[in-house]
Design a protein around this ligand. Structure first.
Ligand code: ZN
Length: 255
């Protein structure tokens, strides 16, 4: 069987358990820290296209038995950091040439603005491919996993779309992804999408049997709500507020 046929069989059938996935992903991260001159801590402050290649090779060995290397000449694939990509975390592109003797070329690009705008506040975990990531490296690895699934689909089936079932099925079985979107979602963006709650929203909630109404002051995984109350602390606007740290699901928007 050719490398490509074996790769197709693997992505059609393989299912990696959460424990095994965790073990493999930790192994990749350890290897990256030991090898890369740039990625030397989970919240690295710079990185290089070579780091993307390193991750690609480690994923190939760890999840795909080196079959990517056997199916795709390393000369056909390149890696790039993009300063312009601001809506998607990553992008995989293929170029096909009309001459029959010229092989197609592939590129995986990763957005640097999105990587560095995220993971700056320790309490602000970022959701990538549906999974909560607690470091920049974690986020980068989820994006690389997503892009590698695109690459494999292009190699095996020529077309690739992450909005279709086949992609989502592979990404879920191998990497546990629960969302096929490319964005790096911060909890405040998710809160806005899911609950319509953002900084400045007026909300109502129950706390220890009492009903309160206040203004959202800050959103992370929970919302900080300020409620005007004589027993509260005096703020710079001269008003006394009680401060509540509430789960988003417990809040009801008012107005
Ligand atoms: Zn995609």
């Amino acid at each position: 069987m050719t490398g490509l046929k074996q790769l197709e069989a693997l992505v059609r059938e393989d299912r990696v358990s959460p424990g095994e996935r965790q073990r493999r992903v930790s192994m990749i991260a350890e290897h990256v820290f030991a090898t890369s001159p740039y990625l030397n801590e989970p919240n690295f402050s710079r990185f290089h296209p070579d780091d993307l290649q390193l991750l690609y090779e480690l994923y190939d060995e760890t999840f795909f038995k080196g079959l990517l290397h056997r199916s795709l000449n390393p000369k056909q694939i390149s890696f790039r950091l993009s300063k312009r990509m601001t809506s998607a975390g990553g992008k995989t592109t293929r170029w096909i040439y009309p001459q029959p003797n010229v092989l197609p070329k592939y590129e995986i690009a990763i957005s640097t603005p999105l990587m560095f705008q995220s993971f700056n506040a320790p309490e602000e975990n970022v959701v990538v491919t549906g999974l909560e990531c607690d470091s920049r490296l974690d986020g980068l690895m989820r994006i690389m996993e997503h892009e590698i699934v695109h690459l494999i689909e292009m190699l095996v089936w020529l077309d690739s779309s992450c909005s279709l079932h086949r992609f989502q099925n592979i990404a879920s079985r191998l990497f546990g992804h629960t969302d096929h979107r490319h964005e790096l979602m911060t909890p405040s963006v998710l809160a806005d999408q899911k609950y319509g709650i953002r900084t400045g929203s007026r909300v109502r909630f129950h706390f220890e049997g009492q009903r309160f109404e206040g203004i959202v002051n800050r959103v992370t995984k929970r919302a900080t709500v300020l409620v005007a109350h004589p027993k509260g602390m005096r703020y710079s606007d001269g008003i006394h507020y009680l401060k509540f740290y509430m789960p988003l699901s417990a809040l009801e928007r008012v107005g």
